[in-house]
Write a protein that binds this ligand. Sequence first.
Ligand code: PMP
Length: 354
Amino acid sequence: MSRFFSNKFSTLVPYTPGEQPKDVKYIKLNTNESPYPPSKKVLEAAGGEAERLQLYSDPECTLLHTSIANLYGVDKSEVLATNGSDEILNFAFMAFSDKDNPIVFPDITYGFYPVFAEINGIPYEKIPLKEDFSIDVNDYIGINKNIVIANPNAPTGKYMELCDIEKIVKSNPNNVVIIDEAYIDFGGESAIPLTKKYDNLIVTRTFSKSYSMAGSRLGFGVANKSLIADMNTIKYSTNPYNVNRMTQGAGVGAILDNDYYMQNCKEIIKAREYTKAALEGLGFDVLDSKANFVFAKSDKIGGEALYLALKARGILVRHFTSERIKEFNRITIGTMEQMEILIREIKSILEGVK
Ligand code: PMP
């Protein structure tokens, strides 16, 4: 730390992104990317916009907001596109929480939430998941605090039914509830339609997973238009051109090819169910997942040992060190072929530890 670093950040612990190694060509099952490439319309649109990079991007993201609004049946004043969904999450933390308006989230969830709270000076509380890693809805009913919940949750993959989400939103009318739907396209039902009914609900989404665009950094939020206006105040006070020209084009192109991406999701769901059954066949405890990853632990080998053994064999998965989940690994679902290789390698690793 330099002697100039602001005191207010001296204890800040930044988010640790998953490894993106450049040395070896791994089968990369560690950061929940799609195994499928972007569609043709994405390449064409991004390429076309690259020719106009001397010009600033549209700060109002007019075409992109219209495409997203049409896809989800909302008005474009109810949409805000951002530089990845991490940015809309940060905007929501900044806009609606502060030292007098704390935020709560599960003890096991997306590791960026406490970082957004810390950097914005927001007090936060972690509510423990149940023993089986599911969220207890009753913990969130009428708690009169802002709430952020990933649905499906990460890194567990566990999904909460929409009726339970609605109970939480309805019972906290004077607080903002953020539902982070980064993984909703892999089998869950979106809460976006509920934004019409509740003026305290923000749903955040990303193009990083189901739309094969992690590298382009595109996310968005859907909410009542006054919540969107507040988050626009934050956007125009930090980075008005937050979504670059190529990414805006790519987003519009992706929505034109929506069927391609939804078909890819079906393939990923098939590969997920294969992987779950195969891991269970090898004695693993695998949580039910509605995401593009599974969270699994073996009774024959520790979480870190398995992570290291797989890495040595050219397969990257994600291991977390926090006490409650350190025996698990989060395994991104790739193509069926990749998952078959994973299972083969795990089998061979387990044979070695007998
Ligand atoms: N929410 C959750 C639950 C995530 O796992 C991720 C991916 N790291 C994000 C949000 C952010 O994704 P992105 O910024 O790529 O849209």
